[in-house]
Design a protein around this ligand. Structure first.
Ligand SMILES: NC(=O)c1ccc[n+]([C@@H]2O[C@H](COP(=O)([O-])OP(=O)(O)OC[C@H]3O[C@@H](n4cnc5c(N)ncnc54)[C@H](O)[C@@H]3O)[C@@H](O)[C@H]2O)c1
Length: 432
């Protein structure tokens, strides 16, 4: 009996070891399956899983349809980032945007300023990738806010007196406080000073900033454009001024940090061109006006327009017979792009040859904004040039460029912008 029992046990052991050898998992599975089902059915877990699967499926089904419904160009740029990306992804089968035709990548230093922000609009508008470098000394984020969120636009807060490394094809170098109030207020940084960083910001910006950007252009093989100024002609003894004229500049006056800073920047630019083979372009810009100019920055057009809107007398320095030429900003932007894309180094005068005395300008402002505005005379500032008028025959011939907007048409185009900003008193409270 004992033997029979042993035999039975042995048989059972053999059976169980055989079954353990050939189907261990199925045995375990059979035992645990009801428990898993039990687990899923408890506390409505299965219901939640099914709802999750349902929501996920709905999202993947409708997402491509939504992408097709949102064309990229029909929305303001700062709202269109996601739409742009999903639209192109759907259109080209989710290939990353950068793959395909290579876009020109361009740096604009000082791109948050008056001229810079209009230039950036133009470059973005023609499909370039644009990186703005600005320290917001005189520039404002408001000038670029409509581009925030555009995948082809980047903004870097950076002072050009410090080096920076980027991979780009072209460099438009505009960074420099350009108005008389700013460069008289903070002259050292306008030209250069290793020792008094705050006093001579304008010179420092013109020299160190230009050196850094030329160094970058040399390193990465980019084309470099310098925005110089008609101030390099000083108080000119030749009229109108041709690019061949060397100027009449006081090297130790109040304006020298700006004038000499720009002259040094031109020198450095040509040295990098001759000595290091950097592709360069030089623009000599004459007085330019338009929307987004700084209010109260001491430039005559912005002064008169702001004073007329505020019902203040228009301030004329000296007898008001000194002359200037006034160029609308869109004309300048076309000129800068034509110069950068063309084959000629320059320098090129970019300005409107229409010449006005300060009193004539005051009259145009009165006609445009407030005919009852009065004029207040004040003593003239030091080294104020007596006359300024560009000879633009070189730009006409070699760049096929000339300005199109006369003063009487251009001035009204900036009045609304100034009126809104003065009414909202946004200056000084803006995003910095
Ligand atoms: N507007 C004109 O009538 C005129 C005339 C002649 C030359 N320019 C030249 O054109 C350029 C642009 O002038 P704008 O009228 O637009 O002046 P702006 O003052 O409006 O713009 C200059 C920009 O440069 C930035 N900037 C200044 N210093 C900087 C620094 N160290 N690092 C980085 N960013 C800095 C400012 O924040 C500002 O955004 C300047 O180089 C100026 O000299 C202008």
């Amino acid at each position: 009996m004992k033997q029979l029992h042993k035999q039975t046990n042995k048989d059972e052991e053999m059976q169980s070891s055989a079954s353990a050898q050939y189907s261990p998992k199925s045995q375990k599975h059979h035992r645990s399956l009801p428990r898993s089902i039990n687990y899923l059915l408890r506390e409505q877990r299965l219901l939640f899983i099914l709802i999750g699967i349902f929501i996920g499926s709905i999202f993947f089904i409708i997402q491509p349809t939504l992408s097709h419904l949102s064309p990229p160009d029909s929305h303001p740029a700062y709202l269109s980032t996601h739409r742009d990306v999903s639209y192109s992804a759907a259109a080209v089968g989710r290939v990353p945007v950068a793959i395909g035709s290579r876009r020109l990548r361009i740096v604009v230093t000082g791109g948050a300023g008056f001229v810079g922000s209009h230039l950036v609009d133009k470059l973005i508008g023609r499909g370039n990738e644009v990186i703005v470098i600005d320290n917001f000394f005189t520039g404002r984020k408001e000038n670029l806010v409509h581009l925030f969120g555009n995948p082809r636009f980047e903004l870097i807060r950076h002072d050009v007196v410090e080096p920076i490394l980027l991979e780009v094809d072209q460099i438009y170098h505009l960074a420099c406080p350009a108005s008389p109030v700013h460069y008289k207020y903070n002259p050292v940084k306008t030209i250069i000073s290793f020792f008094f960083s705050f006093i001579c910001m304008i010179y420092k910006t013109n020299v160190m900033g230009t050196l850094n950007m030329l160094g970058l252009a040399k390193r990465i093989g980019a084309r470099f454009l310098l925005t110089s100024t008609s101030e390099v002609y000083g108080d000119p003894l030749e009229h109108p001024q041709k690019e061949t004229y060397w100027g009449n500049v006081n090297p130790i006056g109040e304006r020298s940090c700006y004038d000499e800073g720009k002259r040094t920047a031109e020198t450095l630019t040509m040295d990098y061109h001759r000595g290091a083979g950097v592709e360069v372009r030089i623009a000599r810009i004459f007085n330019t006006y338009g929307p987004r100019m700084c209010l109260d920055d001491g430039r005559v057009v912005s002064n008169f327009v702001a004073q007329a809107i505020r019902k203040q007398p228009l301030t004329v320095y000296g007898d008001g017979k000194q002359t200037r030429s006034f160029q609308y900003v869109s004309d300048l932007v076309h000129g800068l792009v034509a110069l950068m894309d063309g084959e000629h180094v320059g320098p090129f005068n970019l300005g409107n040859p229409g010449e006005f005395t300060m009193l004539e300008l005051a009259q145009v402002v009165k006609e445009t904004i407030d005919s009852s505005a009065t004029i207040e005379y004040k003593p003239n500032t030091a080294d104020d040039p007596h006359m300024r008028k560009p000879d633009i025959s070189k730009a006409k011939e070699l760049l096929n460029w000339e300005p199109k907007v006369p003063l009487r048409e251009g001035l009204p185009l900036m009045v609304n912008d100034f009126r809104n900003r003065i009414l909202n008193e946004d200056e000084g409270k803006g995003m910095k």
